[in-house]
Ligand binder design. Structure first.
Ligand code: SF4
Length: 164
């Protein structure tokens, strides 16, 4: 199975979510939270359209001379966004395009963004390889892991599936 940026994001958020998404248990459309995220993402995409680019299955929000830029609706899971971004940097690098990564998180009730910059170091690239292998193992299991019972579940698109 080809690992995608979304799968990486979900893997860091919750292994069960990654498994459910990868095995086509798609409940994303039922979540208001996800719908809001998509709308915000579309607005940012429109603003950034000049720089938008698709590479294989990867859709990148914006590429400048220095940065690959990803817009996020919140900074609730920075680590998941970070690894998704590093994966995109790696895909770009494999095409001979080297960039720094920039995450821009929309700040609540403001027009501004919180910005974090990452570089795909040799160490992080090795870690990423290991992450990709772990995801392969996770999503090819016959059944997903048990629900997390974590407070983040309340905002997850799979809440109904996991708890009701
Ligand atoms: S509701 Fe919780 S356990 Fe279920 S997929 Fe979402 S984060 Fe994971």
């Amino acid at each position: 199975m080809k690992v995608t940026g979304t799968m990486i994001n979900y893997f860091f958020h919750c292994h069960r979510q990654c498994w459910l998404f990868s095995n086509k248990f798609n409940m994303e459309d039922n979540s208001e939270n996800v719908r809001i995220g998509k709308i915000l993402h579309e607005i940012e995409e429109r603003k950034a359209r000049k720089g938008e680019v698709s590479i294989e299955s990867v859709k990148v929000d914006k590429i400048t001379e220095q940065f690959l830029v990803e817009f996020k609706k919140s900074d609730a899971d920075v680590n998941a966004a970070k690894w998704q971004l590093l994966y995109y940097l790696k895909v770009l690098k494999s095409k001979g395009i080297n960039r720094r990564g920039k995450l821009m998180f929309a700040e609540k009730n403001k027009q501004t963004h919180k910005v974090i910059v990452y570089d795909l170091s040799v160490e992080l690239e090795k870690e990423l390889e290991s992450v990709l292998q772990q995801i392969e193992v996770c999503v090819t299991k016959d059944v997903p892991e048990l629900p997390l019972k974590d407070k983040k579940c309340k905002k997850c698109a799979y809440f109904d599936y996991c708890y009701i």
